[in-house]
Design a protein around this ligand. Structure first.
Ligand code: MEV
Length: 301
């Protein structure tokens, strides 16, 4: 029996701008997906009612991973069991974490010696096949862990940051939101282009202050980034309520993470305010999780 795990991720700065080649900072968090594999008569998935044969409609990510393994190794029967701390469909990279952890578990099980680059690449291929369009950020961060400057995929030094995640519980389609932003940019190319440039400048300035450990200024920059995300139409009433509740409770800064429209926000906190902020987010109608940034990428447990 082999268990592997891989992390979810947040955007500290720069989502949406990164679609236009601008700078963003993504970071792994200590919420992880765990995948356990063990010998079985067929390739199957463990579910609440027992194990079932792998099904491309019900288990598209795992099915696609197994198909990829069939391309270069002899895939014998295996039972795949998934447990994840990462809320699904909320912009925290839960499908990437499950995909990457499954690749790592099967790599160890079949002894295929994939490198981390191979794992990240295969993970991105799987996400692209299942989702139609997928950013390589989620699979890259989930594989390597730590803080990453994108689009260059430059790993930055690691900085321990305390974060409260607020989940609106509202599903939003990344593809639809990205295409709404593209339409807005087409109607107002100069205005939206300059907003994307400013978001990029926020990411670049943010890196300096993260490296100095000046989290008050990092928080201030997150708040400016949030204002600009609102200006390109990716906010929502629910997200704003969580953002403002967290700031009122003492967060250093707070913003949407990921595509917006629903999904999650993040609040950067000092230790003394963590539980106050988490409670404030709950009172404002969200689900909240306290987490920290993490340097740990995919690994065998
Ligand atoms: C979505 O998690 C982040 C976006 O920047 C899209 C992307 O990077 O592909 C909105």
């Amino acid at each position: 029996m082999i268990t592997s795990s891989a992390p979810g991720k947040i955007f500290l700065f720069g989502e949406h701008a990164v679609v236009y080649g601008k700078t963003a900072i993504a970071c792994a968090i200590d919420l992880r997906a765990h995948v356990t594999v063990e010998e079985a008569p067929t390739v199957q998935m463990k579910g609440p009612g027992g194990s079932v044969d792998l099904n491309p409609r019900k288990h598209p990510y795992i099915y696609s991973v197994v198909e990829k393994f069939k391309g270069f190794t002899d895939v014998t029967g295996v039972n795949i069991d998934i447990h994840s701390d990462i809320p699904v469909g909320s912009g925290l990279g839960s499908s990437a974490a499950v995909t990457i952890a499954t690749i790592k578990a099967l790599d160890a099980y079949y002894g295929t010696n994939l490198t981390l680059e191979d794992i990240a690449h295969m993970g991105h291929q799987v996400e692209s096949e299942v989702q139609g369009r997928a950013s390589p950020t989620d699979t890259f961060v989930s594989t390597f862990g730590g803080m990453v400057q994108i689009p260059d995929r430059k790993k930055l030094g690691f900085y321990d940051m305390l974060i409260v995640i607020g989940n609106t519980g509202k599903f939003s389609s990344t593809r639809k939101i990205v295409s709404n932003v593209a339409a807005l940019k087409e109607r107002h190319p100069i205005v939206i282009g300059q907003i994307m440039d400013t978001i990029s400048a926020i990411s670049e300035t943010g890196i300096e202050f993260i490296q100095e450990g000046d989290f008050h200024t990092v928080g201030e920059l997150m708040n400016i980034n949030q204002g600009l995300l609102d200006s390109i139409g990716v906010g929502s009433k629910e997200l704003s309520e969580l953002v403002y509740a967290s700031r009122k409770a003492g967060a250093l800064g707070s913003k949407i993470t990921g595509a917006g429209g629903g999904g999650c926000m993040i609040a950067l906190c000092e230790h003394k305010n963590l539980s106050r902020v988490a409670h404030a987010i709950k009172r404002a109608g969200g689900d909240s999780f306290i987490c920290r940034t993490s340097h740990v990428g995919v690994r065998i447990e």
